[in-house]
Design a binder for this molecule. Sequence first.
Ligand code: FE2
Length: 282
Amino acid sequence: MIRVPATPLEDEVGDVIEKAMRRRNFTPEEVAGRTGVPAGKLQDAIDYRPALSCDELSRIARVLGLNEVGLCALASGRYPQPRLGTLPFCVWPLRMPHGIGVANAYLVGECGAARAMLFDTGPSFEALQAVWPRAITELDAVFLTHVEAEHAGGLAEVVRRHGGPAVFVPGGATVAGGRPMGEGDTRSFGRIEVAAISTPGHSAAHNCYLVRAPAARRGAALLVSGDLLFAGSVGGAFFSPEKLQASLARVLGMIPGNTLIAPGHGPLTSAATERRYNPFIL
Ligand SMILES: [Fe+2]
C-alpha cells in the first residue's frame, strides 16, 4: 500500500464554490436568491472564512450542480484521503512552492533504477533541483500535461542538463522541440507505457497521462492529471468550463477505481474517491 503523505488539499470549500459559480456565471447575490443562503456568508466562504452548515451547502450544491456529499466533506475538513493500492513501478511526487501555492511534478520509473520519466517540470529548474531525489540521475523522457509557467517553467534547463531527453507535449501546445501526443498515443520505456488522454478545459492543449506496466501481473495504473482534476476539486476552467467538465467525466469513466491519481496541485488521490466525493462529479 502507498500511504498518502499529509498534503493539504489544493482547494478549500470557498474555492470550489467560486469555481462552480464562475462556471455558471452566477454572482453571490444570485446564488443567495436561489438558495436562501445570505450572500455575505457565501462571500465569507470564498474569502476563506467558511461558516456554512451542511444544509446550506446542500442547497448551494443543488443550485451549482455540485456533489453535496463531497462539498460537505470538504467543508468539514473530512474529505477522504485514501490509502492507495500498490503500483508496479515507483513514483516520486515533487512538490514545489510557486507563488502562494505549490505545484507538483512527478518522476516515474522502475524501483531501484537510476532512470525515470518526468511529468511536468515545475516552475523552475532550481525549484525542481531542490526536491529532486538523489537516486534518479537520468531521464528517459519528459511529458508535459500543459504549458504553464508553474508546470513547464524549468523545461529548457531540465532538457539541457539531462542531455536532451525527448519532450512529449499535448497536441496543439507550442513548445520548441516538443513532440505532440494526441488521444490514445502511447510511448513505452522498458516495461512502462504512457498513454495520452486529450483533456481540454483548463487549457486548450492539455493531456492527462495514463501510466501502466501492461506486463505486470499486479498493480494499479497511475493517472497524471495535471490541472484537470485535483483531490476534491478541479483546475480553473480558463479555456472552457464545458470542455473541462466533459474531459473530467470522460477520464473518470475510463479508468479503474484503484487508479492512483497524481494531480498538478494537492495530494495524491484515487479514481474511486474522486468518483464518489469530488464536488464536480455528480
Ligand atoms: Fe497549475
